[in-house]
Design a protein around this ligand. Structure first.
Ligand code: GLN
Length: 312
């Protein structure tokens, strides 16, 4: 259900994109070699309203790997499978104040700080129900697809690249295994996590996925209930405090909407009961968030007074 090209929301997205097209700061991530091959000029922006209309501008249909933007949705699946208390026993809900690949774990328990950093996401992905590695990944892929409202696929080249160079994540996983916070076969858990990061999405997908969270777990395009309303709420709360890593405080201050970024240059934003936004632009600032993505969300939030803490 794509909206026509000349409605006010499409004009707004076009305007934001044109204003930021010449913002050329930052570099695409290259620590996963395959990600460094992207065209840094790509820039797409989409918005999905809770009545299921999808508006977009620029490279809205270009596919890129979800990377950390997958984390809130896999956290949602873990919540659906185990409930909040059981998930919290394994992964915290505090902002780490550290980078996405931080190695710090809770002393004593070995619990990672939250599900939005790599360590926490490796644990939440291991918590998704399934007897085998394949069954668990199938549930993750089906779940992400239900959030997006279409069947998603994996970029095998990015997956292979990440497996081959993911020693820091491997180290994190072994530390957590040693501390008892990650159980099971470490390499198998990592394979599921790396595949989850390599799921291909578009800006339109991110907009629909975040609109599903914003709408309390019902996909506004397909009408399918994907997760319970309280679980969508838990996910948005953790995104609001931890979604932009150690830039989460500044983000809440200036943009004021729950969001999640990934190193491929995607950012997803959800404004509860209103809409979801997906942005894609590969060059990142030093904390690993898309430069144009941040700027676009600032503009949209300011222009429409969307900050959650704004008194009306
Ligand atoms: N797959 C990436 C990693 O584990 C995800 C990190 C991110 O998007 N910030 O390093």
């Amino acid at each position: 259900p794509e909206a026509s090209a000349h409605d006010p929301l499409t004009a707004l997205l076009d305007g934001v994109r044109l204003r930021l097209r010449d913002l050329n700061d930052g570099e695409p991530a290259s620590y996963i070699p395959e990600l460094g091959r992207v065209d840094p000029r790509l820039f797409g922006l989409s918005l999905c309203t809770l009545d299921g209309q999808v508006y977009g501008s620029g490279d809205r249909a270009v596919r890129f790997t979800a990377q950390s933007v997958s984390k809130p949705f896999v956290f949602a699946l873990a919540l659906a499978d185990h409930g909040l208390e059981n998930v919290l026993a394994r992964v915290g809900a505090e902002p780490s104040g550290e980078a996405f690949n931080s190695i710090r774990l809770e002393p004593g328990t070995g619990r990672p700080p939250n599900p939005m950093v790599n360590a926490g996401a490796i644990v939440t992905s291991s918590l998704v129900a399934g007897d085998t590695q394949k069954a668990r990944f199938d549930r993750i892929l089906d779940g992400l697809s239900a959030f997006a409202g279409r069947p998603l696929t994996v970029d095998e080249a990015v997956y292979a690249s990440e497996c081959a160079t993911g020693d820091r994540n491997r180290a994190l996983a072994y530390l957590m295994h040693n501390a008892g916070s990650l159980t099971g076969d470490v390499e198998a858990e990592l394979a599921v996590y790396f595949r989850q990061c390599s799921v291909l999405v578009t800006c339109d997908d991110l907009a629909v996925m975040h609109a599903t969270l914003a709408g309390g777990g019902i996909n506004p395009v397909t009408g399918e209930r994907v997760v319970a309303s309280r679980h969508a709420q838990h996910v948005l709360a953790v995104m609001a405090t931890c979604g932009m890593y150690d830039a989460s405080g500044q983000w809440m201050l200036r943009v004021g909407m729950p969001a999640k970024s990934g190193v491929s240059g995607g950012i997803g934003v959800a404004l509860p009961s209103q809409f979801g936004i997906g942005v894609f632009s590969p060059p990142l600032e030093e904390k690993g968030n898309s430069v144009r993505g941040i700027a676009a969300c600032h503009l949209i939030s300011d222009q429409f007074g969307l900050h959650l803490m704004r008194a009306t």
